[in-house]
Design a protein around this ligand. Structure first.
Ligand SMILES: Cc1cc2nc3c(=O)[nH]c(=O)nc-3n(C[C@H](O)[C@H](O)[C@H](O)COP(=O)(O)OP(=O)(O)OC[C@H]3O[C@@H](n4cnc5c(N)ncnc54)[C@H](O)[C@@H]3O)c2cc1C
Length: 374
């Protein structure tokens, strides 16, 4: 570590929020360093679906963030050598109440460019989808393979965008212009702290006051006997009562009531279905949501079974095998993001829900502005 260099901005954390902030700052011509505790990004940003989701995000500001971030993803990905695996989302309405909710959703501004496929059209164009009452198609989503995309983004920022990256370097204190790390002291005029779900190292009091908790999710990779033709991201009824863009509409109430009787265990463990295809024909499948003060260290077979049961109710996947299982954790609160100017020149930012990949580049712009504001 060259502690003599002075930076305009030091970013703490090399997850997607930290890297997006570094990118945004370089676009403005700032001298930037990113400091990461681990040897590589191993947090939520590589454990996720890599789904940049617009449709279903909370109405208003958060939905706008996702639209903005998706546009930046589409500019950055080809430059950084990151493949966009597929675009779009299909959401299977398994019950009449879900189809009714989707019709109401399409009447809102969030339904722009989305449409409902009838059962005949769905059967002919999406042969791998089980029968239902309707299918929502949203063209807005895109997806990256996060475990590959994050290292590529970091490498591109370092090699081609002039960002200094310090790995294996926990930041232990910030007292501008000094950033105290395990390897020495960096100097910077501004700092953006993007600690993911580390609530205890930097500014623990601010995070405790915000009532932030942790949410642990179980994920699977499933390999079907034959790869699906032209697959996209897929969701189902359970997603309609989780994603606030749908769930906060009044028409969600009858669906929620029916799910309470028919899929109570899923609701209890926050299980809903997201399935996204990978380049090798396998699917990333999840997820469940367990909330607490600490990460849930042990995956529960029972939750995997709930996820897999829903997968097979939604997709035709003969001969499918589970090939990987992992857990991931993110910070969670009532509001979808937490941002605060914790000291002059220092912004602290966490995505407090499962939408960090989707809003990354837009949230990064907000955090940078917060740090730079006098
Ligand atoms: C299983 C799962 C699936 C998800 N799916 C999606 C999805 O498909 N779409 C979507 O939009 N969102 C999804 N999310 C949410 C999304 O992944 C997160 O919101 C996002 O990754 C958070 O990014 P981050 O950079 O804040 O955190 P992280 O990726 O956790 O990165 C934070 C980094 O900061 C480092 N750090 C912390 N403290 C310090 C310190 N003091 N010094 C140095 N380094 C430090 C950590 O080591 C870590 O590398 C999912 C999350 C999970 C867990």
């Amino acid at each position: 570590m060259n502690t003599g260099t002075a930076y305009d901005l030091v970013v703490v954390g090399a997850g997607i929020i930290g890297l997006a902030t570094a990118y945004t700052a370089r676009q403005r011509g700032l001298r930037v360093a990113v400091v990461e505790r681990h040897a590589q990004c191993i947090g939520a940003s590589v454990r996720n679906f890599g789904l940049v989701a617009v449709t279903g995000q909370r109405r208003g500001e958060h939905w706008q963030r996702a639209r903005r971030a998706r546009a930046v993803w589409q500019q950055v990905a080809p430059q950084a050598g990151i493949g966009m695996l597929h675009t779009g989302l299909h959401l299977l309405a398994q019950r009449p109440e879900a189809a009714h909710l989707l019709e109401a959703f399409l009447q809102t501004e969030m339904g722009e460019s989305c449409r409902l496929l009838g059962t005949a059209e769905a059967a002919s164009t999406l042969p791998w989808l089980q029968a239902g009452h309707a299918v929502l198609h949203s063209p807005h989503e895109c997806r990256v393979e996060s475990r590959d995309a994050l290292p590529r983004l970091a490498r591109w920022l370092a090699l081609e965008q002039g960002v200094s990256l310090f790995w294996n370097t926990p930041v232990i204190g910030i007292d501008l212009p000094h950033i105290h790390t395990s390897q020495g002291v960096l100097r910077a005029n501004h700092c953006v702290v993007c600690p993911g779900h580390d609530l205890h190292t930097l500014y623990p009091q601010a995070l405790a006051q915000a009532g932030i908790r942790l949410c642990s999710l179980q994920m699977l990779r499933v390999k079907p006997a034959q790869a699906l033709q032209r697959p996209s991201a897929v969701m189902s009824d359970l997603s309609l009562v989780r994603y606030e863009g749908y769930a906060e509409l009044p028409e969600a109430a009858p669906l929620r009531a029916r799910l309470q009787t028919e899929q109570a265990a899923h609701l209890q463990h926050g299980v809903h279905l997201i399935a996204v295809p990978s380049a090798d024909g396998s699917l990333l499948v999840g997820d469940s949501h367990v909330y607490g003060e600490a990460e849930a260290p042990f995956g529960r077979t029972e939750l995997d079974e709930l996820i897999l049961g829903e997968l097979h109710r939604v997709l035709r996947l003969p001969g499918a095998q589970v090939t990987e299982r992992w857990t991931g954790t993110y910070a969670s609160a009532q509001e979808p993001v937490f941002k605060q100017r914790v000291a002059p020149g220092v912004a602290l930012g966490l995505v407090t829900g499962g939408t960090g990949a989707s809003i990354s580049f837009a949230f990064a712009e907000e955090l940078l502005q917060l740090a730079l504001d006098n």
